[in-house]
Write a protein that binds this ligand. Structure first.
Ligand SMILES: [Zn+2]
Ligand SMILES: [Zn+2]
Length: 325
């Protein structure tokens, strides 16, 4: 009996490998075709999938937005350690448990600049082509604002509004939830948990966040800087420090406790605190958690993740949503 189970598991693994291999070959042929026939599109794909490897290791002495982002990781880790000591992210990282390992692998991929490589391959390059194509029709809605800082602030608020609705969609629709469950399957916060995002979430951000932002005139470089600033907030939120930030955390910027409630296993916390940086969207659209209960545990019921390795965990949502896989 156990031999039967063993051989059927082996067969399904081989079948999965065959399907992935066939897909990879088709994508490769498609890239070869684009390279010789559509050099402009190929340039975008190259900058998303191949250039990050050529730039690595990055210039860590840079004090530009990337440098500031990398150094801020140390600062957030230090505050987390001073406040939590044995329960800190650093102590959890040292334990190297499966949920922590997944955070670290995805964290390293994002921090080193490879976050868009998998979405680029999975979409056969369309994650690079689509934004390039749509940016042709942009209308600069805030061209009259003279200050570039103020412009950045406006874009920052608009991005956050779009991300709020992107996040609500991920919880609302079952197939999308299967991919977002990957983020919620973390059983502990390591400050890197925010990088534990399924590539399909990135792909969905293209029509819901990236294209609208390009359309209203945000330059791609501005979007990259916004991304780095958001990552710093994101790290602070995925920490177990018991900070609520008081009224600031309720109205201005999401606190670690505010986001921990969104990850809660307690039913009363479900479907609340969707906001990314600004909690104001939750207040406006009625999803702010106004109770006083703070959860100790985070995760999802019937958690199938964190057992079979990162590849299996990334593949699982595809298997659940696409019957032929
Ligand atoms: Zn969520
Ligand atoms: Zn989160």
């Amino acid at each position: 009996m156990s031999e039967k189970i063993h051989s059927s598991a082996k067969n399904s693994f081989v079948m999965s490998l065959l399907k992935i291999g066939t897909f990879a070959l088709i994508v490769l042929l498609w890239f070869i075709y684009l390279r010789s026939n559509h050099p402009t599109y190929w340039k975008s794909i190259h900058s998303q999938i191949i250039a990050p490897f050529q730039r690595w290791p990055r210039e860590l002495t840079s004090f530009g937005s990337y440098g500031a982002y990398v150094y801020s990781i140390g600062a957030v880790l230090l505050v987390d350690f001073i406040v939590l000591k044995k329960k800190s992210a650093l102590a959890k990282i040292a334990s190297f448990r499966p949920s922590i390992r997944l955070d670290l692998i995805l964290g390293a991929i994002a921090i080193l600049g490879f976050a868009w490589v998998i979405p680029g391959i999975v979409t056969a390059g369309f994650s690079a082509i689509v934004p390039r194509y749509f940016s042709k029709w942009k209308i600069d809605l805030i061209a009259d604002i003279p200050s570039s800082f103020l412009k950045l602030l406006v874009y920052f608020v608009v991005v956050d509004f779009l991300v709020y609705w992107h996040h609500r969609a991920l919880h609302k629709f079952q197939p999308l939830w299967e991919f977002h469950a990957f983020h919620h399957s973390a059983t502990s916060f390591t400050i890197f948990t925010g990088n534990r995002v399924h590539p399909m979430e990135f792909i969905l951000k293209i029509p819901m966040v990236v294209v609208p932002m390009l359309f209203i005139g945000a330059a791609p470089g501005v979007l990259v800087n916004i991304w780095y600033i958001r990552r710093i907030f994101d790290m602070a939120q995925h920490s177990y420090v018991p900070f609520t930030y008081g009224w600031l955390g309720k109205w201005i910027v999401f606190s670690p406790v505010g986001h921990r409630i969104h990850h809660s296993t307690q039913v009363e916390h479900f479907d609340s605190n969707f906001g990314d940086i600004f909690p104001i969207w939750d207040h406006i659209f009625g999803t702010w958690y106004s109770g006083n209960e703070i959860n100790e545990k985070i995760g999802i019921p019937e958690n199938e993740f964190n057992k079979d390795g990162v590849v299996a965990d990334l593949y699982r949502p595809f298997k659940k949503t696409i019957p032929i896989l």
